[in-house]
Ligand binder design. Structure first.
Ligand code: HEM
Length: 166
């Protein structure tokens, strides 16, 4: 299962890069009153697909992961909302990330709306920006007490164990 944690962790970086590009491109499109460009619509689509994939992996981890609701359950005597580790990984992080996923999906959905292209760019900009702020706030960054995780991702190396980027 730790492979899925690594996939989830790597997708976080891909998602952040795609989302920041989507924000910059939608802002430029809005400010310059551009016609919607195929490349921007494609970028928004890839951002949404990456988010939905991260969400799917997150859901699997939430229910079947090493601290999963169905796989391990709450340890004896632990009260969910009083335990900052389980409250974060079972409630706060999933809820916030699902809200961010909805915002990104709505942002990408502007492509199909019957509105002017500059307005599509403007609305997409605000949906993507809100999503980015939620995601940045709810990623378990290093240094966060109890829930914090490393930035690193470990690639298995059959010769010498693991190559780690820290
Ligand atoms: C969509 C945006 C999301 C991002 C950017 C994100 C990011 C992360 C990161 C960086 C970690 C730490 C991974 C590590 O240990 O290196 C993590 C862990 C986790 N995430 Fe997410 N996540 C997202 C969505 C979700 C969703 C929607 C859920 C559940 C519904 C979820 C459930 C989890 C769980 C359960 C863990 C802990 C896994 C474990 O250590 O076994 N995540 N997430």
């Amino acid at each position: 299962m730790s492979i899925l944690v690594q996939v989830h962790s790597i997708l976080r970086w891909v998602l952040l890069v795609l989302l920041i590009f989507s924000i910059v491109r939608s802002f430029i499109g809005w400010i310059k009153h551009r016609e919607l460009r195929e490349g921007d619509a494609m970028l928004w689509l890839f951002t949404m697909i990456c988010t939905h994939t991260t969400l799917l992996v997150g859901l699997i981890l939430l229910f079947f992961g090493r601290f999963g609701i169905l796989s391990s359950g709450l340890p004896e005597g632990v009260v969910l909302m009083k335990d900052s580790f389980y409250r974060f990984y079972w409630v706060e992080h999933p809820t916030a990330m699902i809200l961010a996923t909805i915002a990104i999906t709505l942002g990408r959905g502007q492509v199909k709306k019957q509105i002017t292209d500059p307005l599509k760019y403007k609305r997409a900009f605000w949906f993507f920006l809100v999503a980015l702020l939620i995601i940045l706030a709810m990623i378990p960054w290093p240094g966060r007490e109890i829930v914090g995780r490393g930035l690193s991702i470990n690639f298995p190396n059959p010769c010498r164990g693991f190559i780690s980027f820290s």
